[in-house]
Design a protein around this ligand. Structure first.
Ligand code: IPD
Ligand code: CA
Ligand code: CA
Length: 269
């Protein structure tokens, strides 16, 4: 049986209710490291979603942030981030989401990103389109980088390393209209899909952060690739670039310029 979008949407909505309810009590925050948290809600929502998969699709593989890989060797694979933007969630900021994606033989088929605090449910089905609360969405038509609102994020552990994203941030801040850092990669991608942002890039994400968002952007007419063209965005550490078709090549050019400056040890800031 093929997963139906309505079913995944209803799991995401239920998970969203769990997130809102659980914030009213002690979240039992634990630290994976200084900027990487996990709460009681992350664990409970992940357990709920995995239980739905076990009940409905017992032979499918799932990759979930808090518990890793479940059941290897299936052509059917799920990517689950129970709360994307846990740090925002723990502080009471509304910018967090539940992200669920389903892929068949490595091809994303269905993606759902739900922001419970704003009751915004973004969904996409391969070949059929992308929607926000049931209404079709498209990437924006803005075509000049100087008019573009971009979004990014920073992995804390990379800040003082050669892979830091700070140099890119500075260059894009000069060349675009503005750059935002919102704190949920899944929602960042959903906003590109919905035409609220023209582009998004980030370094060292995980497949569960981006799987649903990738399908959203592609189904909404946007482009998603690795930062420098890498094709596999569903394995290991993911460096990602996503934008509407006009802004995408302009962003790639800036990223390449910064990469060259770094390689030649020229001061980039
Ligand atoms: C994080 C968010 C954030 C990104 C981090 C991710 P989490 O996911 O997507 O936007 O900048 O790199 O780890 O830990 O809140 O699920
Ligand atoms: Ca995440
Ligand atoms: Ca998470």
């Amino acid at each position: 049986m093929k997963p139906q979008i309505e079913q995944i949407e209803s799991w995401a909505r239920y998970a969203g209710k769990m997130a809102i309810e659980m914030r009213k009590e002690d979240l039992k925050v634990e630290y994976k490291n200084q900027a990487d948290l996990v709460t009681r809600a992350d664990k409970a929502i992940e357990a709920y979603l995995l239980a739905q998969l076990e009940e409905n699709f017992p032979s499918h593989t799932a990759l979930a942030e808090e518990t890793g890989m479940h059941k290897k060797d299936s052509a059917h694979k799920w990517y689950i981030d129970p709360i994307d933007g846990t740090l925002n969630y723990a502080h009471g900021l509304p910018e967090y989401s539940i992200s669920i994606a389903y892929a068949y033989e490595g091809e994303l088929q269905v993606g759902v990103v739900y922001c419970p605090e704003m009751d915004e449910l973004f969904s996409a089905v391969k070949g059929q389109g992308a929607w926000l609360n049931g209404e079709p969405i498209r990437v924006s038509r803005i075509d000049k980088l100087t008019d573009a609102l971009l979004i990014t994020g920073f992995r804390h552990a990379l800040l003082d390393t050669p892979r830091t994203n700070i140099d890119n941030f500075i260059h894009f801040s000069r060349k675009a209209q503005t750059v935002r850092r919102l704190g949920s990669a899944a929602l960042d991608l959903a906003y590109v899909a919905a035409g609220r942002a023209e582009g998004f890039w980030e370094i060292a994400l995980n497949p569960w952060d981006v799987a649903a968002g990738i399908l959203l952007v592609r189904e909404a007419g946007g482009i998603v690739e690795g930062l420098f063209g890498e094709a596999d965005l569903l394995t290991g550490s993911v460096d990602i670039l996503s934008a509407n078709p006009a802004i995408f090549p302009q962003m790639r050019k800036v990223l390449e310029e910064v990469r060259k400056l770094k390689a030649s040890n020229i001061q980039t800031l």
